[in-house]
Design a protein around this ligand. Structure first.
Ligand SMILES: CC(C)(COP(=O)(O)OP(=O)(O)OC[C@H]1O[C@@H](n2cnc3c(N)ncnc32)[C@H](O)[C@@H]1OP(=O)(O)O)[C@@H](O)C(=O)NCCC(=O)NCCS
Length: 179
């Protein structure tokens, strides 16, 4: 369904594709070694728990979450993950929510943008009207990237969350309008 071959800014070749049923070890490895402690806190589930990852890989339901991964063509390692969250019913049925994460050593070479653009293409194919991204104030690069791709900041909830040192963080709400 989704298969995109890309060349990153450092010349590395990668593939963006759907998460597949044999990705458990690769995805678990991504979360164990690919992200920082600060990034770990951005996830609402414990992504360092093997059984959380196994559950995700074995229970893909494309009507609720479309999970994509970026894979290094040479090493076959997962180097980025992204999800588009949707619902078939109710007020959310024309909306999607997007999340993306790129491994620490592959940042700044265009992969994040390519992942976001791929998720937007999927949203367009599904005839969604808008895609929402929630970004904390500490994620300054993510804020910049989403805006560069065309997301508009529509609001901010002040001091709604706390970081590791209990400092307050704002939550920025960004929207990409598809129609
Ligand atoms: C946000 C994130 C996905 C961006 O991924 P990335 O692969 O580094 O981004 P890209 O290389 O595609 O860069 C896109 C833009 O971001 C900016 N950018 C990237 N890295 C940057 C850095 N270190 N400093 C400043 N700007 C930077 C650049 O402006 C770049 O634009 P350009 O194409 O005009 O140069 C990545 O930093 C990440 O995984 N962060 C942690 C998780 C997160 O915050 N997710 C988003 C919320 S769900």
């Amino acid at each position: 369904m989704i298969q995109k071959n890309i060349i990153l800014l450092d010349g590395r070749k990668a593939t963006i594709r759907l998460l597949s049923s044999d990705d458990t070890e690769r995805l678990y490895n991504y979360f164990c070694v690919g992200i920082s402690e600060e990034d770990f806190l951005l996830f609402k589930d414990n992504v360092k728990d093997y059984f959380v990852i196994k559950g995700w890989v074995e229970n893909v339901d494309l009507d609720r979450v479309v999970p994509i991964v970026g894979v290094d063509d040479l090493t076959e390692e997962i180097i980025a993950t992204g999800t588009l969250h949707t619902r078939g019913h109710g007020w959310f049925r024309y909306l999607g929510k997007i999340r993306v994460s790129v491994c620490l050593r592959c940042r700044g070479i265009g992969l994040g943008k390519a992942m976001i653009e791929t998720l937007l293409e999927i949203a367009r194919e599904r005839r969604l009207r808008a895609v929402i991204a929630e970004v904390l104030s500490v994620q300054s690069i993510a804020l910049k990237v989403f805006k560069e791709v065309g997301f508009v900041e529509v609001g901010k909830i002040d001091s709604i969350a706390k970081d590791l040192k209990m400092n307050p963080m704002d939550l920025h709400i960004l929207v990409y309008y598809l129609d």
